[in-house]
Design a protein around this ligand. Structure first.
Ligand code: XMP
Length: 515
C-alpha cells in the first residue's frame, strides 16, 4: 500500500483516492505521526501531502525526519517537496506572487516519475513558497513555465518531490505521475478492488468490535444503508441493532421502503419508531425555519434516548456511523481541520454520539471514502440501485419544504405532489441528470377554477437543480413540455394544489432548500 502523510492540505484524501483509482490501496495518516507509530506493514511508498502552512511557520506540522531513512520511496507534493528540501538543508522562500493555476512544465532531465508524460504538459500549481536552493544530493528534474523548481529527485536515495498537484483533475497526466510513483518506482501491485477493500474493512471491524453489540442509526439515505449492509455482511445479524425514527416528515412510502430494504439486507434487530405525533405536536404553531430545525433536532434526540432505554441496547454497544470523508471536511473535523464548517447535521451534536466518542466506541467505516466509492461499495454489498442513486434528503425532512407552520395535512399534500414529480422524472429519464429535485409547499392559497367553482388551492413550487456537491447549484433547464405536463399532473391529481410554479434560481444567491 501507499501511505499518505496528511499535513492539512485540502486535497490530501484526494491523493489517496487517486492512488486507489489506479488500483493500489492507499490510506491517510496524520503527517506528524512519529515513525514508530506509523502503520508501515506492507507500505511500498510514502507521499507527503500539501499544507496551508509554510515550512518556516513555528506551528507547521513536520514529518518525522527518520521517515526519509526508512529506505521506502517518498514523493513530496507541494508543501511535501518543500519539507524534503528543508529537511535536507535546501532553502525555501516566499514568492512575490503565488504561482496558482495551470502551468506548463519542462523537464531538465529524464526521471521515472515522468515516464509517458510529454514535455510541456499542463500541470496545476497552488503555492506561495518555492524552493530557491536545492539541497545537496538532489537534482532538479522539472521547472515550471515561470522557471520555478517544479520537480526534484535525490541522486542515490528514492526521494522525489513535485511542486504541482497531480491529484487534481485539472492537472494533465496527474494520474500517470502518481502511477509512475506507486507502480514503477515503489513497485506496488495494482490489486486493490472494492472486494479487497471490503475484506480489509471487515477484518478491521471484527478485530475492533469482537462480539460486542453494534448500534446504527438509519436515515434511509445512501450512507447509513451502506453501513447497515456492511455490518450485516460482517457480523451475525443479531449483533446489529438498527434504529430508524419516522419523524412524520418523510417522503411518501419512505418508511416502508427503508424497512423492506433493510430486511432484504438481512436485518433482524430493526426498530422502526413511529414518532410522527411527537414531532408534529412539537412543531405546532412554529413558523421560524431555524426554530423548526432546532425543535426537530431536540425531539430527535429525546426519542432516540428513550428508544435506546426501551430497546435495552447494551451500554457497551459500538455506535456505527455513515460519516464520509467529505462530511468530516464539511463539519471542520478533517485531519487537517483547516476546511471551514459548511453545514451542521442535526445528529452531530447528539449526546449519544458524544458519549460513544468519549468511550472510544464510534466506528466510521466509510470515513475514508468519497460518495462514488460508497456507491460502488454499496453495489458490491447488494444495496438496491434506487437507494444508491437517490437524491439527497435533508435531516429535517419535509419541515423545511413546508414554508411556515407544518401540519399533517400539509405533509400529506406535499408527499403526494412530490411523489408525482419524482415518479415523472424517473419515467422521463431525467432523475439521474438532476442532482436534487423536490416540491415545496407555499403558505399561500390562490384562486382557481374547477368546473364552474372558484376555489382556493395551495401553490407548489418545483425545485430541480444540477450541482456537484450542493455548495453551488443551477436550476435544471427543463424542456418546457416536461414542466407543463408535470404541473398538469400535480394539479389534476392533488386536490388541494391549485397552482404549480418552477423555481429558476441558482445557488448562490438562493439556497437549494427554501428554508
Ligand atoms: P441548501 O438549502 O443549504 O442545501 O442550499 C444544501 C444541501 O444540504 C441539504 N440540507 C440539509 N441537510 N439538514 C440536512 O441534513 C439540514 O438542516 C439541511 N438543510 C439543507 C439540502 O437538502 C441540500 O442537499
Amino acid at each position: 500500500k501507499i501511505l499518505v502523510l496528511d499535513f492539512g492540505g485540502q486535497t490530501c484524501q484526494l491523493i489517496a483516492r487517486r492512488i486507489r483509482e489506479i488500483g493500489v490501496y492507499s490510506e491517510v495518516v496524520p503527517g506528524d505521526t512519529p515513525v514508530e507509530s506509523l502503520p508501515l506493514e506492507g507500505v511500498k511508498g510514502i507521499i507527503l501531502s500539501g499544507s496551508p502552512y509554510s515550512v518556516y511557520d513555528a506551528e507547521a506540522p513536520k514529518v518525522d525526519p527518520r521517515v526519509s531513512s526508512l529506505g521506502i520511496p517518498i514523493l513530496g507534493i507541494c508543501y511535501g517537496v518543500q519539507q524534503l528540501a528543508h529537511l535536507f538543508g535546501g532553502k525555501v522562500a516566499p514568492l512575490d506572487h503565488r504561482e496558482y493555476g495551470r502551468s506548463r512544465l519542462f523537464f531538465t532531465e529524464a526521471s521515472p516519475l515522468f515516464e509517458g508524460v510529454p514535455e510541456g504538459f499542463v500541470s496545476w500549481m497552488s503555492h506561495g513558497d518555492t524552493i530557491v536552493e536545492v539541497p545537496e544530493g538532489f537534482r532538479v528534474i522539472a521547472r515550471s513555465e515561470h522557471n520555478l523548481v517544479a520537480g526534484i529527485t535525490h541522486e542515490r536515495l528514492p526521494l522525489y518531490g513535485i511542486q504541482f498537484h497531480p491529484e487534481v483533475t485539472h492537472c494533465a497526466y496527474g494520474l500517470t505521475v502518481l502511477e509512475n510513483f506507486a507502480v514503477r518506482i515503489c513497485g506496488a501491485r495494482k490489486t486493490w478492488t472494492m472486494a479487497s477493500y471490503l475484506e480489509d474493512v471487515q477484518g478491521l471491524l471484527r478485530t475492533q468490535v469482537g462480539d460486542d453489540p453494534l448500534l446504527l442509526l438509519i436515515s434511509g439515505g445512501v450512507d447509513s444503508t451502506v453501513v447497515a449492509a456492511l455490518l450485516l455482511k460482517t457480523f451475525p445479524p443479531e449483533q446489529v441493532h438498527l434504529l430508524y425514527i419516522d419523524t412524520g416528515l418523510m417522503r411518501k412510502n419512505e418508511t416502508e421502503e427503508v424497512e423492506a430494504n433493510l430486511r432484504t439486507l438481512g436485518a433482524s434487530n430493526l426498530y422502526i419508531v413511529h414518532a410522527e405525533e411527537r414531532f408534529l405536536s412539537a412543531l405546532k404553531g412554529v413558523v421560524d425555519p431555524e426554530k423548526k430545525r432546532q425543535i426537530i433536532g431536540d425531539v430527535f434526540i429525546q426519542v432516540q434516548e428513550e428508544e435506546l432505554r426501551r430497546r435495552r441496547i447494551p451500554d457497551q454497544a459500538f455506535l456505527a456511523q455513515g460519516t464520509l470523508y467529505t462530511d468530516l471536511i464539511e463539519s471542520g473535523k478533517g485531519v487537517g481541520n483547516k476546511a471551514k464548517v459548511i453545514k451542521s447535521h442535526h445528529n452531530v451534536r447528539s449526546p449519544l454520539i458524544e458519549r460513544k466518542r468519549k468511550e472510544g466506541r464510534v466506528i466510521e467505516p466509510l470515513s475514508m471514502l468519497y460518495k462514488d466509492e460508497v456507491r460502488r461499495l454499496g453495489a458490491h454489498l447488494g444495496v438496491p440501485r434506487e437507494v444508491l442513486e437517490r437524491h439527497p434528503f435533508p435531516g429535517p425532512g419535509l419541515a423545511v419544504r413546508i414554508l411556515g407552520e407544518v401540519t399533517r395535512e400539509k405533509c400529506d399534500i406535499l408527499r403526494e405532489a412530490d411523489a408525482i414529480f419524482i415518479d415523472e422524472l424517473k419515467r422521463r429519464h431525467l432523475y439521474h441528470e438532476i442532482w436534487q429535485a423536490f416540491c415545496v409547499l407555499l403558505p399561500v392559497r390562490t384562486v382557481g377554477v374547477t368546473g364552474d367553482d372558484r376555489n382556493y388551492g395551495y401553490v407548489v413550487a418545483l425545485r430541480a437543480v444540477t450541482s456537484k456537491d450542493g455548495m453551488t447549484a443551477d436550476a435544471y433547464p427543463f424542456p418546457t413540455a416536461d414542466l407543463l405536463e408535470i404541473a398538469a399532473l400535480i394539479t389534476n391529481r392533488v386536490k388541494d394544489v391549485g397552482r404549480v410554479v418552477y423555481d429558476v434560481s441558482s445557488k448562490p444567491p438562493a439556497t437549494i432548500e427554501w428554508e
